[in-house]
Design a protein around this ligand. Structure first.
Ligand SMILES: [Zn+2]
Length: 442
């Protein structure tokens, strides 16, 4: 079953059907009418008559209300039906919704760009992080004198918000900048953008900006859609928001079958004799990639004479045009910009992190993800992938199921247990890591 067939993809369509149901219901402006509410352990979303979980609860991909990673982790948690989904948690920091979006540079806005343009340069891009392997990848890149682009996701796989000090990821992002890499946006919580209403889709862009400003002092003007899924409306919005949309022309499928075909795909691309334009997709959430394949790609590309640079550079733009100032929207270098500390939104304000329309959202306690101090050599190499391709991307499991679950355990809630397409299942190394996360890759 392909991603488009999963319940997530049905969310947008289900919104218009919103049945009125017995039991406690309330007005939900975000969903366009009265919605039946559901408590912990009850069904929600399309599987539950479009019921919306009570405040503080998440709606798992399997359609059950609860709390904890098995219910709340992005991207499985159903945003429209789970007020407390990680993807609905607004990061702290000043809103960037009204930041001006002047145009600058030579790369077009809101248009798919899939190949580099500067001869002799090759771009390696790593999606879905930062994650527990990213520091090791940065070590490798430094050793090999290679610079890359990281399309980062703000809060996926249960890792916590990237600008939350408890998550431990801010220093890794700052290191990327200090060492000459590029950071682009890969959305807040790695949803299928075409499955979301415009309101939820916009938050996927803006929330990541808010968090990145808190870490870097700027936010990216470069973007890659999760799963490479972004319809015409989505591209139009990205253009209006001043994003340069970078895809790829080499996909070694490092997420599929433990990278079984990755070496062959990359070798064939390099050996084809093309002397420029390579723009390569990979993932720093994949132990396979960080523990060997990235080095293979670097060695192969450098031996062929390529300079490995960030996507922005292989497209002919200087670093000063890769980011925006959060206030003026003007092009601004991330070097020396520094993080911006902003106060939390006023408590009296209605949070915009939930579609319930009730206000007073009970934010669940976030269990801090361990600070990523893993070394690549400690990772087992026999990870299991359950990936299925979706436009050059797919889902794998990279860590264990939730460590805490407070919803009624009926054996149906955890997305890791369903075995549905687009849903992660534990691999052989999951117990070793002991971290709650299921990553969907693109
Ligand atoms: Zn991705």
């Amino acid at each position: 079953m392909r991603l488009h067939d999963t319940p997530i993809a049905l969310v947008a369509g289900a919104l218009a059907l919103s049945p009125l149901a017995a039991g406690h219901s309330l007005e939900n402006p975000a969903l366009g009418g009265l919605q039946r509410r559901a408590g912990a352990g009850s069904k929600c979303g399309p599987a539950g008559g479009n019921a919306v979980c009570d405040d503080g609860l998440c709606c798992s991909e399997a359609g059950v209300c609860g709390t904890g990673g098995g219910f709340c982790t992005a991207p499985g948690c159903l945003l429209a039906f789970g007020p407390a989904c990680d993807g609905n948690k607004r990061p702290s920091g000043a809103d960037t919704s009204n930041t001006p979006r002047p145009r600058f540079g030579s790369v077009p806005f809101g248009v798919d760009v899939s190949s580099c343009t500067v001869p002799g340069k090759l771009a390696l891009t790593f999606d879905d992080g930062p994650y527990i392997y990213t520091s090791a990848l940065l070590d490798l890149l430094k050793k090999k004198n290679a610079r890359a682009t990281f399309f980062v996701t703000g809060n996926n796989a249960g890792k916590g918000a990237i600008n939350d000090p408890n998550s431990g990821y801010a220093p890794i992002l700052q290191r990327m900048i200090a060492e000459g890499h590029q950071i682009g946006s890969h959305t807040w919580s790695h949803e299928n953008l075409d499955s979301l209403t415009p309101e939820f889709r916009r938050k996927q862009f803006v929330y990541n900006e808010i968090a990145l400003v808190g870490v870097l002092g700027v936010f990216p003007s470069y973007f890659r859609p999760p799963y490479t899924v972004c319809n015409a409306d989505c591209y139009a919005e990205l253009g209006a928001l001043g994003y340069k949309v970078v895809n790829y022309d080499v996909d070694p499928k490092d997420w599929e079958d433990g990278g079984a075909k990755s070496h062959q795909i990359f070798t064939s691309a390099i050996d084809s004799g093309r002397q420029s334009e390579y723009l390569v997709l990979a993932h720093d959430v994949q132990p396979f990639t960080v523990d060997g394949f990235a080095e293979f790609m670097i060695d192969k590309a450098q031996a062929a004479g390529f300079e490995i640079v960030p996507a922005g550079e292989c497209l002919g733009e200087p670093e000063s045009q890769w980011y925006r100032d959060p206030k003026t929207g003007a092009a601004r270098s991330a070097r020396g910009a520094g993080p911006v500390e902003e106060p939390e939104p006023e408590p009296s304000k209605k949070p915009d992190t939930t579609p319930t329309g009730t206000g007073g959202v009970k934010r669940p306690v976030i269990t801090p993800t361990p600070v990523p101090t893993f070394k690549v050599t400690e990772l087992p190499r026999n990870s299991t992938s359950t990936a299925e391709p979706t436009k050059g991307s797919s889902t794998i499991t990279t860590a264990a199921a939730a460590t805490t679950t407070t919803g009624t355990s009926t054996g149906t809630a955890s997305s890791q247990e369903t075995g549905a397409a687009g849903v992660a299942r534990p691999g052989t190394f999951l117990g070793l890591l002991g971290l709650g996360a299921a990553l969907v890759l693109a």
